[in-house]
Design a protein around this ligand. Structure first.
Ligand code: FAD
Ligand code: SF4
Length: 512
């Protein structure tokens, strides 16, 4: 008897409890997995991002094989197929399965490729709901259909209510849905003090082999591998979660937005990659955080802050992605056209905040949210970099980057390219914000309070230049109207000086 079901398992679908396995019969069905060059090169991927996907895929395939499942696995170093579509086409002709199934992919491009390959083989691709998420694209669409404006806060409250997360009956635990106002602390002069080091995972034979392969084959790609210590199995992901809940969750909330020199992790969870590859269920992560609160091991402000990110933002951005693809990537509401400065790939800049954020990104494939939003993202927004180029960078350099979550965060939240679909206002701020939230400016030659001149902080000059360039649009938005009103305090001479400083900075970092 021929093959009954071929279950496609992508690099970000590494979970044997997925619905796609519900009717899996080892005697008649098989799993299909492929490492292909295009997934490492369609954007110029960080070495650690490639290594994480390959190592986690190989561990997962090995586990399936040990359990008696047949896995048709394409290895990068032993195959000529360039794309997932090519590799799949060849196997469909050879294996001729009666049915082909896949969990809803995290990337529109990949879904189209798989659909094309399966159609060309004269078959139909069955796309199965990804139950690792709390919501589905269809559920989000229904929620969105009833609303004029889509706002995280409304969605988050509905999700908490419907999924009964952090609730006492029909009321939010503690009486308040949102504790953000308690979660904006900086470390002050004394700094964060001794921070708990996150759990680090040793390399086994599979990871060592993958690291050597990536180092040899992708030597010219950005980033380095000598710090690679990410969880690559479900067991390790659960250990990473326990480590976070025990040691960093209690202070996660208050210091969520803080930044500090040479401290890449602070109190952040480092769990996004494990959740995005499906090594860790977000439900398990949310339950563990809620349990810590109920047992008195973590304060409400931290637990609510964490749950807001995972149950709120993570699900919300996925809904936005599937509601607006494929056109979403072409958005450019602010008509920004500049290229990405070269130092985004090297970290070589005299702006300390950017040197730190880009530097640790290249070292680890990681930066925390405020570094992504209020350092690298804020800078490209105000410099006027074309959003598509910014999107390609973010998709390339983070170990947790998968398009469904990266694109709305970059194009919507950070670059305002979608004209307010996701965020109610552009996140624009001057160097004074960075000064307030970090100690970066104390180690920088520029002056955050200065708007023009040679020693003016580029963020501050670009901020005022941004307000001038987008004055009309920002005045119409009630959330930015106040910021624009401050422009009235500037005389013509000062406006010109600011714009000259911003232009000179653009020439320095972009050439020309
Ligand atoms: P923590 O700070 O510990 O947060 C806990 C968890 O909440 C994260 O693991 C993540 O799963 C979730 N979360 C937090 N914020 C968000 C958010 N805005 N959207 C979705 N989930 C969120 N996240 C990705 O997973 N992949 C990306 O490619 C990605 N690209 C981003 C690009 C930009 C420009 C910005 C501003 C944010 C991006 N984020 C992305 C969201 C967020 O920055 C990362 O999830 C977070 O920094 C990962 O580190 P962590 O696991 O230590 O998170
Ligand atoms: Fe960044 Fe400006 Fe502060 Fe320097 S002074 S670290 S460029 S915000």
């Amino acid at each position: 008897m021929g093959l009954r079901q071929l279950v496609i398992c992508l690099g970000d679908q590494l979970n044997a409890d997925a619905a796609v396995f519900d009717n899996f019969d080892r005697d008649h069905d098989a799993v299909w997995m492929a490492e292909v060059p295009e997934e490492a090169t369609h954007v110029w991927s960080h070495k650690a991002r490639i290594a994480l996907f390959l190592s986690a895929m190989r561990h997962f395939a090995e586990g399936l094989g040990e359990g008696g499942t047949t896995v048709h696995y394409h290895r990068l170093d032993a195959d000529r197929a360039q794309t997932l579509g090519e590799a799949l086409s060849a196997d469909l002709a050879r294996l001729n399965p009666a049915h082909v199934l896949v969990t809803q992919p995290g990337d529109y491009r990949v879904l189209q490729q798989l659909r094309g390959a399966v159609r060309r083989a004269g078959k139909r691709l069955v796309v199965v709901r990804d139950r690792q998420f709390f919501d589905s694209p269809e559920g989000f669409r229904l929620w969105a259909r009833e609303r004029k404006r889509l706002r995280l806060e409304d969605y988050y409250r509905a999700m908490r209510f419907d999924r009964h997360v952090l609730m006492d009956g029909d009321q939010p635990v503690g009486g308040s849905w949102n504790l953000d106002h308690q979660n904006r602390r900086s470390f002050g002069r004394e700094g964060p003090g001794m921070l708990p080091a996150p759990k680090s995972f040793q390399h086994d034979a599979i990871t060592r082999e993958v690291l050597a392969l990536v180092e040899a084959r992708y030597a010219d790609h950005p980033g380095r591998l000598d710090h690679f210590d990410w969880p690559v199995t479900q067991e390790q992901a659960r250990e990473a979660l326990a480590d976070f809940v025990d040691h960093r969750l209690p202070a996660f909330g208050p210091y969520q937005d803080a930044l500090w020199m040479d401290e890449p992790w602070l109190y952040h969870s480092r769990l996004a990659a494990a959740m995005n590859l499906k090594l860790l269920s977000p439900r398990v992560a949310v339950d563990a955080a809620e349990q810590a609160y109920r047992e008195g091991r973590a304060p409400l402000q931290s637990v609510e802050g964490f749950i807001r990110q995972v149950l709120g933002w993570r699900e919300f951005v996925r809904g936005i992605y599937w509601l607006h693809m494929p056109g979403y990537l072409d958005n450019n509401a602010l008509e920004a056209t500049h290229p990405l400065p070269g130092f985004f790939w090297t970290g070589e800049t005299d702006m300390t905040c950017l040197r730190q954020s880009v530097g640790q990104t290249l070292d680890h494939g990681y930066a925390h949210h405020i570094q992504r939003l209020m350092i690298t993202g804020l800078y490209t927004l105000m410099l006027g970099v074309e959003p598509r180029r910014v999107h390609e960078w973010y998709l390339a350099v983070y170990v947790d980057a998968v398009e469904w979550v990266e694109a709305p965060n970059t194009l919507g939240m950070s670059q305002f390219a979608d004209d307010g679909l996701l965020a109610s206002k552009p996140y624009c701020a001057s160097g004074k914000y960075v000064q307030r939230m970090s100690n970066y400016c104390q180690h920088c030659a520029y002056k955050p309070e200065q708007r023009s001149g040679d020693t003016a902080c580029p963020f501050t000059a670009l901020y005022w230049d941004f307000l001038i360039r987008h004055e009309d649009r920002l005045r119409r938005n009630p959330r930015t109207a106040l910021q624009v009103r401050n422009l009235q305090r500037l005389g013509d001479e000062e406006r010109t000086a600011i714009q000259d400083t911003a232009d000179a900075h653009r020439r320095t970092v972009l050439g020309g």
